[in-house]
Ligand binder design. Structure first.
Ligand code: ACO
Length: 401
């Protein structure tokens, strides 16, 4: 590791690194990835162990506070989060301003950003207590806001949170219950939902997390910073990939068409890429994809869903994993490859997939935001550039141009 900050101070040299492929922007104690080995650790714990043995609330506590909670701490944390699940009634008016057919991610960007207007004066980011309250509010309100985005899009009344349910159960309830009928929550589905949240909770300095950190580095309101993260996550090269995977599988349609799409993905003149494949950091299978593949089998069996897309996805994975192009470039399935199939089986429309990612990633964003604020070496994020434009020109008055 070269300390470029020191090099710059001494020589004026800076690095040119578009896409930050080899630039570390911060020190962090939250998440570790070994991309070659396919290892992901949160605060030292393997993601597979956390997904198998913990609830999302325990993982949220771990990311935010640095250690796993004991039973009492877990209950206190759950109670704190539950306390903040309601949104202000005035926020309901905000939804009504959106077009009915708006993409729910567009609604999320707007509504989460709007939270800053509700808590603008009470968010002193230099005060750890206020930072923690803002973090709790964000974690607690995201499921409510996300479920409301869904309800708005299908024209159903908003369903209020229920404090007797777990985080994942409450989200399912707010999304799928209707006033006349409570949604029957299957423990397998609730567990799969919780696991999806765990697997998406944090992933060190990815594009959206870096966006949150950069926005936060100017001292901006935390709700506005998270809205910035949601905007970044939306893109198909990042969180939008889970939605893109299902659209792609639908487009492929039948396993006989797979070779044609594989060739398209390899053709450099064709913008098509195999969605759900490849990762900036993992050059091995994404450990989250392995957990999700297993979870997909369980959920589909429990719900009795016989989804031809799962079969198609498995076939596509097999063919791609034996193809030289993908092998040489170390392009393996990533977390988005199987999550969409589970979410579809539970009943979410594809447009909600990235919203669920944002909901879960909020935990990572607030943990990273807190870490950034308390790191004395952090300065405002301000990359340099390699200027390629004109050198100085004599000014031309408008009548001479
Ligand atoms: N299909 C076909 N070719 C691919 C794919 C793909 N999915 N991904 C990468 N490649 C190729 C590139 O064309 C490039 O080939 P080349 O060396 O012949 O030019 C090589 O593999 C390296 O790819 P880069 O684009 O340089 O890798 P980068 O690290 O910049 O991109 C990314 C990573 C954005 C994830 C990319 O693999 C991709 O677009 N994947 C599909 C979208 C996706 O699934 N995104 C989700 C990522 S995970 C997440 O955000 C949670």
């Amino acid at each position: 590791v070269i300390d470029v900050r020191k090099l710059y101070a001494e020589t004026g040299y800076f690095t040119y690194d578009p896409g930050f492929t080899s630039t570390g922007s911060c020190e962090s104690e939250i998440t570790y990835i070994d991309g070659d080995e396919g290892i992901l650790l949160h605060r030292g714990y393997r993601i597979e162990d956390l997904a198998e043995n913990c609830t999302f609330m325990e993982v949220a506590y771990l990311l935010l506070r640095g250690e796993l909670p004991n039973q009492q701490e877990k209950e206190d944390f759950e109670q704190t989060i539950t306390y903040h699940t309601m949104v202000h009634e005035q926020l309901l008016n905000f939804y009504r301003g959106f077009r009915r057919d708006a993409h729910p991610m567009a609604v999320m960007v707007g509504v989460v950003g709007a939270l800053s207007s509700f808590y603008h004066d009470s968010t002193d980011i230099t005060d750890p207590k206020q930072r923690m309250i803002a973090s709790h509010r964000l974690i607690a309100k995201m499921p409510t806001i996300a479920a409301m985005a869904y309800k708005y899009s299908v024209g159903q009344p908003f369903i209020y949170p229920r404090n007797d349910l777990s985080y994942a159960e409450d989200f399912l309830h707010m999304t799928f219950s209707v006033p006349a009928e409570q949604y029957k929550i299957s423990p397998t589905v609730a567990r799969a939902m919780d696991r999806i949240f765990i697997l998406h909770a944090d992933h060190e300095q990815n594009a959206s997390t870096s966006t949150v950190r950069i926005a936060g580095s100017s001292g901006a309101n935390p709700f506005a910073c998270i809205a910035a993260g949601i905007s970044c996550l939306w893109g198909p090269a990042h969180g939008g990939a889970n939605e893109a995977v299902l659209n792609m599988l639908a487009e492929i349609g039948h396993k006989d068409n797979i070779p044609k799409f594989i060739e398209k993905a390899k053709d450099k003149n064709d913008p098509f890429r195999l969605m759900g494949f490849g990762h900036r950091v993992y050059k091995n299978i994404d450990p989250r994809a392995t957990v999700l593949k297993k979870s997909a089998d369980e959920v589909l069996a429990e719900l009795g869903v016989d989804d031809p897309l799962l079969e198609l996805a498995q076939e596509l994975e097999q063919i791609a994993r034996n193809d030289d192009y993908f092998v040489e470039r170390k392009l393996f399935p990533n977390v988005d490859f199987y999550s969409g199939i589970i979410l579809k089986a539970i009943g979410f429309p594809t447009s909600m997939f990235t919203v669920l990612f944002a909901l879960a990633r909020t935990v990572g964003w607030v943990a990273q935001w807190n870490e950034m604020i308390t790191d004395p070496s952090q300065k405002i994020g301000r990359p340099r550039q390699l200027y390629k434009g004109n050198t100085e020109l004599p000014f031309t008055p408008i009548d001479k141009r």
